[in-house]
Design a protein around this ligand. Sequence first.
Ligand SMILES: *[C@@H]1O[C@H](CO)[C@@H](O)[C@H](O)[C@H]1NC(C)=O
Ligand SMILES: *[C@@H]1O[C@H](CO)[C@@H](O)[C@H](O)[C@H]1NC(C)=O
Ligand SMILES: *[C@@H]1O[C@H](CO)[C@@H](O)[C@H](O)[C@H]1NC(C)=O
Ligand SMILES: *[C@@H]1O[C@H](CO)[C@@H](O)[C@H](O)[C@H]1NC(C)=O
Ligand SMILES: *[C@@H]1O[C@H](CO)[C@@H](O)[C@H](O)[C@H]1NC(C)=O
Ligand SMILES: *[C@@H]1O[C@H](CO)[C@@H](O)[C@H](O)[C@H]1NC(C)=O
Length: 536
Amino acid sequence: MFAKMGMKTLHVILLIFLSLFGAFCYSLPLSTRGRWIVDSETGSRVKLTCLNWAAHIDTMVTEGLHTQPIKDIVAKVTLMGFNCIRLTYATFMWTRPDYGNKTVAQSLDSMNLTQAREGIARNNPQLLNLSLQDAYEAVVDAIGANGLMLVLDNHVSKPMWCCASEDGNGFFGDMFFDPKEWIEGLTQVASRFKGKPQVVAMSMRNELRGPRQNLPDWYTNMTEGAKAIHSTNPDVLVLVSGLNFDLDLSFLNTTPFGLTLDNKVVYEAHWYSFDFTQQWQTQPLNRVCGQCADEFQREAAFLITGDNAAPLILSEFGVDVRGVNQDDNRYFNCLLPTVADKDLDWALWTLQGSYYYREGKAGPEEVYSVLDYNWDKPRDPKYLERLTILQQTIQDPNSIALSYYVLVHPESGFCVNVEGQDNVHGSSCRERSKWSHSGDGSPIQLVGSELCLKAVGDGVPVALSTDCKSPWATWKLVSDSMLHIAAMDEQGNSLCLESTSSNYSSILTRSCACLNNETNCDPQSQWFRLVPSNLS
Ligand SMILES: *[C@@H]1O[C@H](CO)[C@@H](O)[C@H](O)[C@H]1NC(C)=O
Ligand SMILES: *[C@@H]1O[C@H](CO)[C@@H](O)[C@H](O)[C@H]1NC(C)=O
Ligand SMILES: *[C@@H]1O[C@H](CO)[C@@H](O)[C@H](O)[C@H]1NC(C)=O
Ligand SMILES: *[C@@H]1O[C@H](CO)[C@@H](O)[C@H](O)[C@H]1NC(C)=O
Ligand SMILES: *[C@@H]1O[C@H](CO)[C@@H](O)[C@H](O)[C@H]1NC(C)=O
Ligand SMILES: *[C@@H]1O[C@H](CO)[C@@H](O)[C@H](O)[C@H]1NC(C)=O
């Protein structure tokens, strides 16, 4: 049947096959190459676009197995465009027989979680009588069987909801956090999953925190942990996390970690709306966004630059997907262009729409989840649309193509694209028109054409024009967020690109908003970012 088809058709079929069944289109294991995570064999970029999936809470059972057969859950992850899972675990499951050797049924029964147990008996009966350790491995295998990669994340020592400063799981020497037991846990996991290529990385510890934090103990223990993982399983990437809930890696600027483990060291950081001191609603939003982006740069993202550049994975970020948290909404419009611009690897919080048990409650909902409470459908398809640009590989160190820009509008998640001769519109970032721009005061030109973006008037759609020189076709970044892109119209007014929820397909210019530190002013519909890319 294939013999009669052209190569192109075959290629398309193969692509459809790969995207449906998610088979690896790169070879594992992975390594680092400067700031990039790459396929060891060819040196091509492999971008980790992961979803978190919790398995570290009191029951130690991977969440959601009471709702759907595991292969259906994993298939949804692939369909939603992610290529990897950050699967959490608690150290005690690997180091203490009275934890890890309980069966799934025993663990749920001991907490009276009858409905969860019955749900697993219905949807995943093969897992019910496995030990917690074996069930975790079965989940890893099911994820791998669908072509997804995994980061195994040591989230806590004692299984429980994470993270409070003084919950006994925060730092080396805390009540439940014995450094020797931690090394033992990392070693067990490294050894157990050795030879499973889908396990591409192990992260050392989630969100170190609390009054005991100090740098000398961080350096000695993290060095020992990294060596323990690497000597047991030299294939996996080792994710090194910082202090203060994994916000702070700034100390590496003066005293580098010092290990490279044959190009396996990757750093990880988190960034949520509540992490920095800025107030998203009561301070000028352009300034808050600019300052938060700077802070993220100083505390973590500097690691991808300079002579010792290494990869950084943003291993937790996310929002209340119901859209009701205004801090989250604003933060996300600021984070998205920042992360796209740096083309970081990442893991979104989170997959699970509910928990068997969390903080004293049976069956609570997780509103930061991509899936709904029943793990059935996406909670909000528009949220997934906005992740599209981040799910793409934007830069590849192996590409020989000339670099260009993609013009991204975070509020819609759309890219500014051109269709036909002169139709400029916002549409999915799966198609991405290529733009060139050489800095403030230069045009934004459609690559391979004579056409440039041109401001026509206040409230009027932006045009494509062969005029690439006049003030209304030359653009500069304005405002403290550096997310406004402004030109002049023929009357000399400063106009910014804009796209509003009334029609995100429409790209206009309008009088630039909130440039003067106003507090009751919302500039988000005017936030755009020219994101550098070099893929052909
Ligand atoms: C759990 O039990 C198995 C055999 O029943 C044993 O080999 C293993 O060491 C035990 N695990 C732990 C963490 O004690
Ligand atoms: C489970 O239920 C039993 C009997 O009702 C009760 O004694 C026990 O405290 C419950 N355990 C938990 C963890 O809620
Ligand atoms: C699990 O074990 C229990 C008790 O040993 C048994 O009754 C039940 O049928 C088993 N369930 C499955 C799905 O294997
Ligand atoms: C690890 O941290 C502990 C603090 O609990 C400290 O006593 C110890 O010296 C550190 N280093 C190593 C290698 O254990
Ligand atoms: C939205 O904008 C696009 C592009 O300008 C236009 O083609 C379309 O008709 C508009 N849709 C509506 C409903 O106004
Ligand atoms: C906004 O406030 C910042 C910090 O106070 C200041 O540096 C900046 O000049 C102000 N911008 C405008 C346009 O007033």
